[in-house]
Design a protein around this ligand. Structure first.
Ligand SMILES: [Fe+2]
Ligand SMILES: [Fe+2]
Length: 169
């Protein structure tokens, strides 16, 4: 486990979908580097602003991939989930703007806020599609007549989704 700038990844955030878990880890890593610990001056603020724009690019990429995944599995809450993504991107852009305009704005506090928000989103919102896909996989397991381990991998294979090993374990 890594801890930097209040940044913490924990395996309890795993969804079980390898591609998305890798992206979540990368997101947490990027937020951890968005603002250097301890310092708050013009230089670190412009560093923060640049990083926020990089983060926005990655966040958009991740949200796009996640929404494609939810479409693929016919996830019923996709529209609600996508709305939350849109809101988060808006908040990120707002933070970048405030760094420029508001001298009382604290990038350090904003970094903590971002980390809290993204981890909460993963733990509460992303986890719902994780539960959905795992329920589907168990249903497939019970309906296909194969030996048990093969049934499960057959489902993931058929969906063309790689499961996260640590999660499936
Ligand atoms: Fe996500
Ligand atoms: Fe999400």
């Amino acid at each position: 486990m890594e801890k930097k700038n209040g940044t913490e990844w924990d395996d309890r955030y795993l969804t079980g979908v390898e591609q998305l878990d890798d992206q979540h880890r990368e997101l947490v890593r990027m937020i951890g580097e968005v603002f250097p610990e301890g310092a708050d001056n013009e230089e670190t603020r412009s560093f923060f602003r640049r990083n926020i724009f990089r983060l926005v690019q990655y966040v958009k990429y991740h949200f796009g991939e996640e929404e494609r995944f939810m479409e693929k599995i016919n996830y019923p809450d996709l529209a609600v989930h996508a709305k939350q993504h849109e809101k988060f991107v808006g908040e990120l852009l707002e933070l970048a703007k405030r760094t420029e305009e508001d001298k009382f704005f604290s990038p350090a506090a904003a970094t903590h806020y971002l980390m809290d928000n993204i981890l909460t989103h993963i733990a509460h919102v992303d986890k719902k599609y994780a539960t959905f896909i795992h329920v589907l996989s168990f249903q497939a397991e019970n309906s296909i007549r194969l030996n048990r381990p093969a049934r499960r991998s057959a489902f993931w294979h058929e969906m063309q989704i790689l499961p996260t090993e640590a999660f499936i374990g």
